[in-house]
Design a binder for this molecule. Structure first.
Ligand code: ADP
Ligand code: MG
Length: 246
C-alpha cells in the first residue's frame, strides 16, 4: 500500500477487529462514509459501536484492520495518526463544555487562525445553532438543550471532515429530543461533514440517517436505506429490534 487510495469516501473502515483480553468485540467491520451523509451505526447495547467509533477517533487501537480518512490511512499495521491530526469532530452523551470558559471561548477552543478569523467562525456557528445571544454566557447559565447546541457548534468549528457522534441525544429530555435531532441534522447537512451517528435507538437512526448499518455481536449484519431495513429486516432478530419503532 502506498498511503493513497482511489475512493472518494471521507471515511473507510476495512475489516476492523478489536479484542479485549482475547474476547472479540469488533469482528470484521467495514464501512464507508460520504461527504454530506449521515450513517447510523445502530445496534443493541454492548454490540461494539462505541469501540468502533473510538478506534476511528484514534483513542483506541484495533487488533487488525484499517481506517482511512480522506484517502489517508490513519490506522493500520504500523500506522497510527494521533487523534488531533485526524480532522474529526466528536460529540458524546456527556458532551461537557468547559465550565470556566464562556460560550464563545468554548466554541473557539479547537480553532486555529487569527482572532478575527476565530471570531467570525464562532459567530457564524452560534447563529446557526440559534444561540448568538448567549455568546458571553457561561455553560451553567444555559439549559441542557442549549449546552448541547453549543457542544455541536464546538465540534463543528474546525470544519472536521468527519463528525463522530456517540448517543449524543440520550442525555436529553424526551420532550426536547426530536426538536434537537431535527435541528442538529439541518446544521450537519449545512456544514457538509460526513457523519457517523452511533445509537441504540432505531427511531433515532430512522429519523436522522441516510444509511443505516445494523450491528450485532461485533458485525454489521445489514446495511442500506432506513426504510429498506425497516421494511425488510435481514432476520427475526433484526425485526424484533425494529419492532419498537412507531
Ligand atoms: P456499545 O457501544 O455497542 O454499547 P461497546 O463498544 O461500548 O458497545 O462495548 C462492546 C463490548 O466491549 C462490551 O462487552 C464492553 O464491555 C467491551 N469493552 C469495551 N471497552 C472495553 C475495554 N476497554 N476493556 C474491556 N472490554 C471492553
Ligand atoms: Mg456505546
Amino acid at each position: 500500500m502506498d498511503g493513497t487510495n482511489l475512493t472518494t469516501a471521507r471515511l473507510d473502515i476495512r475489516d476492523l477487529h478489536r479484542e479485549f483480553g482475547g474476547r472479540p468485540v469488533v469482528r470484521g467491520v467495514s464501512l464507508s462514509l460520504q461527504a454530506g451523509q449521515v450513517t447510523g451505526l445502530l445496534g443493541p447495547s454492548g454490540c461494539g459501536k462505541s469501540t468502533t467509533l473510538r478506534i476511528i477517533a484514534g483513542v483506541d487501537q484495533q487488533t487488525s484492520g484499517e481506517v482511512w480518512i480522506d484517502g489517508q490511512q490513519v490506522a493500520g499495521p504500523g500506522v497510527f495518526v494521533p487523534p488531533e491530526r485526524r480532522q474529526i469532530g466528536l460529540m458524546f452523551q456527556d458532551f461537557a463544555l468547559f465550565p470556566h470558559l464562556s460560550v464563545a471561548d468554548n466554541v473557539a477552543f479547537g480553532l486555529k487562525g487569527s482572532r478575527t478569523e476565530k471570531r467570525i467562525r464562532v459567530h457564524e456557528l452560534l447563529e446557526k445553532v440559534g444561540l448568538a445571544r448567549f455568546i458571553d454566557s457561561f455553560p451553567h447559565e444555559l439549559s441542557g438543550g442549549e449546552q448541547q447546541r453549543v457542544a455541536l457548534a464546538r465540534a463543528l468549528a474546525p470544519r472536521p471532515s468527519i463528525m463522530l457522534m456517540d448517543e449524543p441525544f440520550s442525555g436529553l429530555d424526551n420532550r426536547l429530543r426530536d426538536g434537537i435531532r431535527d435541528e442538529t441534522l439541518g446544521i450537519l447537512k449545512d456544514e457538509g461533514a460526513a457523519v457517523l451517528l452511533v445509537t441504540h435507538e432505531p427511531e433515532e437512526a430512522m429519523r436522522m440517517a441516510d444509511e443505516i448499518a445494523l450491528m450485532r455481536d461485533g458485525r454489521i449484519v445489514q446495511s442500506g436505506a432506513p426504510y429498506n431495513i425497516y421494511n425488510a429486516p435481514v432476520d427475526l432478530k433484526a425485526a424484533a429490534f425494529f419492532s419498537d419503532v412507531n
